[in-house]
Every structure is written in structure tokens, then in C-alpha cells.
Design a binder for this molecule. Sequence first.
Ligand code: UDP
Ligand code: MG
Length: 326
Amino acid sequence: MMRPGRLAIVVPCYNEEEMLPITSEALRASLDDLQAKGKISSDSFVLFVDDGSKDKTWELIATEHEKYPEKIFGLKLAGNVGHQFALTAGLLTAKDCSDVTISIDADLQDDVHVFDDMMDKYHDGCDIVYGVRNSRKKDTFFKRTTAQGFYKVMSSMGVKTVYNHADFRLMSKRALQAFSEYPERNLFLRGIVPLIGFKTDSVYYERLERVAGESKYPLKKMLALAIEGITSFSVKPISFITGFGIMIVILSFLALIYVLVSYFFHIFGDTQPGWSSLMLSIWFIGGVQLISIGLIGQYIGKIYIEVKQRPRYHIETFLSSEKEKE
Ligand code: UDP
Ligand code: MG
């Protein structure tokens, strides 16, 4: 085994009482399998994060822990904070007692069989491995189109995301360390992880149907996630205002020609007194105002980037003499 291999599988759970026993069994089997193949160490574990569930999820996690104290760990959050924060809580808790983590949803829609490939890539030196869906055949037409539209909008806004990758990924301890340096409250994991860097790869799998229970991501939450993703990663919408303002000012010059021609040559019928000056003012002042708002927006955008206090870089390797390393 090249790299240390204590694996933590992190699973956020919200009202997943129907799934939990099934998921626990499947993940324990995966651990045994990976361990038998020598890809992970024997103290590897599954960490279930209860995101303030209202059903019996936590009781079930506690029971599983009692049955398998070495294999199943549980983390109970004080209230429902949502998938992204629940996952973060799990990852950052696991970071301190593992070498590498894999995050996966409780519904087993993501294929546990690719853990193998993920661990292989980790042993090859990858610090981040994305689980990417081959196809969305199993998703409903609605979910498929909305989700794919989401990735398109994100990339047009300049947000780097991995196409068809949800929060199913492997992260090494040092990738998590880097991640923990992003203190932002507006959390969109799929946008942050690609910013971290390090050796990265993907594994591909067929997304399955939810085994039991129902989706905890209705359209409302999906839209919220999309808006969150765009507004926490991009100040591009602000530039649109400036662009729009410039366009209006250009139009105002066209309006100038139109108005002057009307005024002097009466081509488009007679003009009323006061019309020419009013017309011009509306277009021109409108454009100038939009440019000004955009300009102010540019500064607000900068302030916004600053208050995020994101790390400016992460060091991957430092080649130096032995003395420097202490
Ligand atoms: N989840 C969570 N907190 C929430 C909503 C969801 O921890 O407020 C968990 C949920 O238990 C599941 C994962 O996030 O493990 C993804 O949710 P789901 O499978 O319902 O989303 P979908 O796959 O339909 O997008
Ligand atoms: Mg799901």
C-alpha cells in the first residue's frame, strides 16, 4: 500500500430511515471488499451524518454503531442545515481521523462499485477523484433537463464545475485540509473543489434509481442550489448591467439621429415641441445610469470577493534542502 489508507465514507442523511439499514449494509460490504483487496486499512469506517432528521434516522445510526462500533460512526447535527453543510460537517470531522474520504448520498444512487477505481486512483497519487455519471437514463425527463440546464448556465457564468458530477467524490486528507481553508458561508461544494487543484481524475458510473424513500431535492431546493452556485462564484451578472448600459448609450446615439432627422426634416410626421429633447434625455440618461450602477457593482463585486477570504493558493510540493523542511 503506497499511501496511508484509512478510508472514511461520509454519508449525509436527512429523513432516510427507509434507506439507512440498506445503505449501512451495502457500505459495510464495500469496506470489507476493499480491505480484502488491500486497498484500505482495517480501521476504515462509514460516517453517517444526521442532518436534523425528523424521523428515526438517528436512532438507526446509533443502533448500527452499537452493532458495529469499529465500522459505523455517527455524527448528529443539532438541526437541519442542508445537504452541503451536512456533508461539510462530515468531511471536516472525518478529516482528522482518516487519510482519505469518499462522500456519497444515502440513497445509493451512486454506484458503490466504483470505490475500487477511486481508491486505485488515490494510490496512484490523485488527491481528488470525481464520480461522474455516464448517463441519466434512470432520471426522470424533468430532472435530467433541469440538471443539464444547470451545468450549462453555470459554465456560461464562468463557474468551473464538473459536468454530471454531484457530490460523489474522493478527497484525500490534504485536499480536505485545503478545502477547510475556505471559510465561506455561501457554500457550493461542487464549485469549490475544482478550485483546490492537486492531481485530479474522474471515474465513470451509471446512476441508479433511488432504492427507497423519496428525493429530498424538490425543484425549489434545486433552484436555490443553482442560484447559490452562480451568486457565490460569479460576479458576471454585474458585468451584464454595465454591458447593458453601454448598449443603451449606443442606442441613444441612434435615437439622436432619429430625433434630429424627425426634427429637421419632418420625415416621420411633425414633432411636438419638447419631444426631441425628452426622447434624447430618456435614452442617454438611462444608459448613463445603468453604466454607473454597473460601475458601482464592479466595486461591490470586488468587496464580495475580498470578504470571502478564500485562500490564494495551495502548495502541492516544495522541493528544498532537508534543513528547510523542519
Ligand atoms: N440531505 C441532507 N439534508 C437535506 C436534504 C438532503 O443531508 O436537507 C441528504 C439526503 O439524505 C441524501 C443527499 O443529501 O443523502 C441527497 O439528497 P437526495 O438523494 O434526496 O437528492 P437527489 O439525489 O434527488 O438530488
Ligand atoms: Mg439522490
